[in-house]
Ligand binder design. Structure first.
Ligand code: CA
Ligand code: CA
Length: 289
């Protein structure tokens, strides 16, 4: 029995030294001198005999150090990611608030303007820029301006001049009993009111001839009838959309003439009928979105 145990002990010692000698990490021997990275450890076996072996722990320490450094680095990186993510989230949140506030502030000034012909006030929801009287070139002048103007009541007047080129007149409704849109009262020779309106938070405006309702996604500012000058006069004017509930500028109905405003009629041929009808009033609508 003792022989068997002794054999086992000898085999273990041989194997231990074999490992020490063959493992490059443990091969450093300090020859009874104190050397860093070396530890002494007792070896006890079944025969109660004590042996000592010096183990070089330098490589183990390096591995342990590298292992700790790697995990610390990973931990720091993970923590930094969380911190950076929070900082980015906070920054984005603050930027979002600032952008929204700035956009709201800027959006207050965004809008479209249009002239509401025939009325002194603006539709509900639109802001009145100014109100006044419609003006334009004399109906029989062959030259000069061709557009209708909304002239403010609080005009600021330029210098008087000696030469003649008068072409700014008031506009008269030539709306008589036989020449008027359906449902209108006569307003013959009365002057035309107008209002310049600002519709906030809108970016586009269109005037649609031939309709009294807007297409989807568009809002109607007002609707009415398309009007212009008379086809028999020398002067030419643009088409304008006059409000369905047009009103005169004041109570005077004297026939001074100036720029004139007539309801227009359709003429089939080049104009396809249907959808249009010959000699009919032309509806119009001002749409925004
Ligand atoms: Ca007249
Ligand atoms: Ca008049």
């Amino acid at each position: 029995m003792y022989v068997e145990m002794g054999c086992i002990y000898i085999v273990r010692v041989v194997m231990f030294y074999f490992v020490l000698l063959t493992n490059p990490c443990l091969s450093a021997i300090c020859n009874n001198k104190a050397c860093p990275g070396m530890i002494s450890m007792p070896l006890i076996d079944g025969v109660k005999a004590t042996l000592k072996a010096d183990l070089d722990t330098t490589d183990l320490n390096n591995h342990l150090k590298a292992y700790i450094e790697q995990h610390i680095q990973e931990g720091v990186q993970a923590a930094m990611k969380d911190v950076m993510k929070q900082l980015v989230d906070d920054g984005l949140g603050e930027a979002h608030v600032i952008i929204n506030a700035t956009a709201r502030e800027q959006f207050k000034g965004i809008g479209v303007t249009y002239t509401r012909w025939g009325r002194k006030a603006c539709p509900t929801g639109a802001e009145l820029v100014y109100t006044g009287q419609a003006g334009g070139n004399y109906f029989d002048n062959t030259g000069g301006g061709i557009n209708y103007l909304c002239l403010p009541n609080d005009a600021e007047i330029g210098q008087r001049q000696s030469y003649d080129n008068s072409q700014l007149y008031g506009v008269e409704y030539e709306i008589h009993s036989r020449v008027k849109p359906h449902g209108w009262r006569t307003m013959g020779h009365m002057e035309v009111a107008c209002a310049v309106c600002h519709s906030r938070r809108k970016s586009s405006k269109i005037i649609i001839p031939g309709r009294q309702t807007c297409y989807s996604d568009w809002s109607a500012e007002y609707s009415g009838y398309l009007m212009s000058s008379n086809l028999g006069h020398n002067g030419r004017n643009e088409f304008i959309c006059v409000d369905l509930n047009a009103e005169p500028f004041d109570n005077r109905s004297s026939n001074e003439n100036g720029a004139l405003l007539y309801p227009i009629r359709t003429k089939c041929g080049s104009l396809r009928c249907p959808p249009y009808t010959d000699n009919a009033d032309v509806l119009c609508v001002v749409c925004t979105k």
